[in-house]
Design a protein around this ligand. Structure first.
Ligand code: PLP
Length: 223
């Protein structure tokens, strides 16, 4: 079933869009099945769970961290993480930079923006991002590389609202690109869209979609 689901989703995605298979809460056997079906990019939202899966699964998997990252958990993922989607504060970015330096790595990161109506979702607003990007601290951070933006739409059936929020994230991306990342080809990612709304996200310019339940089935608990 996982293989069929992956094939179905891949068939709908343009070449410019990369599928992140969100495997949080799912057993290693499910990830292996997706791997055997050709999937190489997996998204997880708990540091220890991601580390444990990384230890037992094939080494050519690219691990994307997509959840709220606590600073005391950074150390578990820095040695191997490919992309952190969820930088939601200057402090977090600084802590990631510090840990990455210890491992002599430059870690790719996305800035997470709060685009939803819900209060509970993490993320920066444009002013906070500007402050971060203009700060002296940021200019000293040689061990992180900002590759784009990420956002989560409101949990709603109102697809007009969802589309509006994705458009907003695309505008944020364009604004930051023009002001801070012109001529920097690495700043190219827009991570938006999940199982229920990824087709809209693709229409609105997503380059990375994060799809979980449409691939692996419903999760046992909602995280
Ligand atoms: C769980 C999660 C997803 C995937 O959600 P589905 O609705 O199962 O596709 C995507 N992004 C983030 C940040 C998540 O936590």
């Amino acid at each position: 079933m996982i293989k069929e689901n992956l094939e179905k989703i891949r068939a709908t995605l343009p070449k410019s869009v990369t599928l992140v298979a969100v495997s949080k809460t799912k057993p290693v056997s499910d990830l292996q099945e997706a791997y055997d079906a050709g999937q190489r990019i997996f998204g997880e939202n708990h540091a220890l769970e991601m580390r444990d899966k990384h230890e037992v699964l094939p080494a050519d998997i690219q691990w994307h961290f997509i959840g709220h990252l606590q600073t005391n958990k950074i150390k578990y993922i820095i040695p191997f993480v490919t992309l952190i989607h969820s930088i939601d504060s200057a402090n977090l970015l600084e802590a990631v930079n510090k840990e990455a330096k210890k491992h002599d790595r430059v870690v790719d990161c996305l800035l997470q923006f709060h685009i939803a109506q819900e209060e509970t979702k993490f993320g920066l607003d444009l002013d906070e991002a500007r402050q971060l990007l203009e700060s002296d601290e940021f200019k000293q951070m040689d061990n992180v590389r900002i590759c784009g933006v990420m956002g989560m739409a409101t949990f709603t059936e109102d697809m007009d609202e969802v589309r509006k929020e994705f458009k907003h994230l695309k505008e944020i991306f364009d604004t930051l690109k023009a002001k801070y990342f012109a001529g920097q080809p690495q700043f190219k990612e827009i991570s938006m869209g999940m199982s229920d709304d990824y087709p809209i996200a693709v229409e609105e310019g997503a380059t990375l979609v994060r799809v979980g339940s449409k691939i692996f089935g419903a999760r046992n608990y909602n995280v």
